[in-house]
Design a protein around this ligand. Structure first.
Ligand code: HSE
Length: 440
């Protein structure tokens, strides 16, 4: 039985520092729960100036190194905590660690999403464990919940707000009338955004997290390329306003997974949810994951999805689980995450999904416009549920015509809109936003 579990941390950024801080701050609770002592044996960062961070936490300067090899080749290190992010050298370090029989904790969502089967099968081959709680949902223990707490269920759907930065931006744009640019700057200052915020804005970060949740749910890898992904870069404040004021919808960047009918849906895109939906009140950098299972029914997990201490909370919980198992000589006897490389999932093409839509058409205001538009929609089997038209009585200006449809096939509504956009009275490319309603 190991009396003290030795940690090697690679990557002393915001979350890395949070992990050291939390391990120090709550050491008595943490060690009691683990049933063993836990010690930070090495901390590695490429930037030698980071050595001074250790002083704040009473760690000796010789604990610091700029060479990852000093962590990976240290026989006494039991757990490697990879927090550098990015594909390489992070991938190489994780594989090297598990090949040496070390257990790994990582929050590297992009790497996990891309190399899921390789990482988990290599870990299993070497009786090593890779724990990943910080990789999706920040401080919310959603990985444990899906992997263990809900494992008896067939999961029907997951609706997730999985990116704190975009949720922060959308909240500021809709509730405080702050511009996209200013809101993004604030999110960056607060440390929520990725090193390159384009991965937040274009939905890729949320898509990677959806890959992780979906791969856990199905015990098989969903490839990032199979997730339909659309970010918030083109969202206009006027649509947030019309959708809320005229139809009672709140705009969120949702990561959606649905299963049933022999194929799964995996998609990330701006989505309108009704004001009464629990997800509509998830604001700022908060994340939420709304999961429906066949036995449990509807459940929701809510909390801070980004930032130093919430993510450290998830990473340290992994350290505790692993330390307890290492101490009791049972770590790695059974794999943590099931990944069957032979199991293939059929993913529904985005054009075949059926949902409701908000559409905004910009047109001249003259007789016959609405009938031409509704004619095109009808021709392609799209039924209109409600219509709103803004009227400029005094000035002759182009007007927005906004419609909410009943359930329609995406391929059909796209065909109808492309026909509508070719009409001479239509002045701009139409806007289409998907809706997720309470009872669907
Ligand atoms: N950039 C990410 C976000 C950080 O905003 O959610 C947490 O994964």
């Amino acid at each position: 039985m190991k009396k003290v579990i030795n940690l090697g941390l690679i990557g002393l950024g915001t979350v890395g520092e949070g992990v050291i801080k939390l391990l120090k701050k709550n050491s008595s609770i943490i060690e009691r729960k683990a049933g063993t002592g836990i010690r930070i044996r090495k901390v590695c960062d490429l930037d030698p100036r980071k050595r001074k961070v250790l002083k704040k936490y009473n760690l000796k300067p010789e604990v610091f190194t700029v060479k990852a090899g000093e962590v990976l080749n240290d026989k006494d290190i039991d757990i490697v905590i990879e927090l550098i992010g990015g594909y390489e050298p992070a991938g190489k370090y994780i594989l090297e660690a598990v090949r040496k029989g070390k257990h790994v904790v990582t929050a590297n969502k992009a790497l996990l999403a891309r190399r899921w089967p390789e990482i988990f099968s290599e870990a299993a081959r070497h009786n090593a464990l890779v724990y990943i709680e910080g990789s999706a949902g920040g401080g919310i223990p959603v990985i444990q919940s899906l992997n263990e707490g809900l494992s008896a269920n067939r999961i029907k759907s997951v609706l997730g707000i999985l990116n704190g930065t975009t949720n922060y931006i959308l909240t500021k744009m809709s509730k405080e009338n702050i511009s996209f640019k200013k809101a993004l700057k604030k999110a960056q200052e607060k440390g929520f955004a990725e090193a390159d915020a384009k991965y937040d804005i274009n939905g890729i970060d949320a898509a990677n997290k959806l890959v992780i949740l979906g791969s856990i749910i199905f015990g098989a890898h969903i490839k990032p390329s199979e997730v339909y992904c659309e970010g918030i870069g083109k969202i206009m404040r006027e649509d947030i306003g019309y959708a809320y004021n005229e139809f009672g919808y709140v705009l969120k960047l949702l990561a959606i997974l649905k299963s049933g009918g022999g194929a799964i849906e995996v998609r990330v895109h701006p989505t309108l949810v009704p004001r009464g939906h629990l997800l509509s009140s998830v604001d700022d950098e908060y994340n939420a994951v709304y999961v429906e299972g066949d036995a449990v029914g509807k459940t929701m997990y809510y909390g801070r999805g980004a930032g130093m201490m919430p993510t450290a909370s998830a990473v340290v919980s992994d350290i505790i689980y692993l330390s307890k198992n290492i101490h009791n000589n049972i770590a790695g006897r059974a794999p943590y995450i099931l990944c069957d490389p032979k199991r293939k999932l059929k993913v529904l093409d985005i054009n075949d999904i059926r949902t409701r839509y908000y559409i905004r058409i910009t047109s001249v205001d003259k007789p016959g416009v609405l009938s031409r538009i509704s004619g095109a929609l009808g021709k392609h089997n799209v039924s209109i549920a409600s219509v709103y038209q803004m009227a400029y009585v005094k000035q002759k200006r182009d007007v927005p015509i906004i419609m909410v449809t009943h359930l329609a096939r995406e391929g059909d509504i796209k065909k109808a809109l492309s026909e509508i956009d070719r009409l001479s009275m239509v002045k701009k490319k139409s806007i289409l936003i998907r809706i997720e309603d309470l009872d669907e």
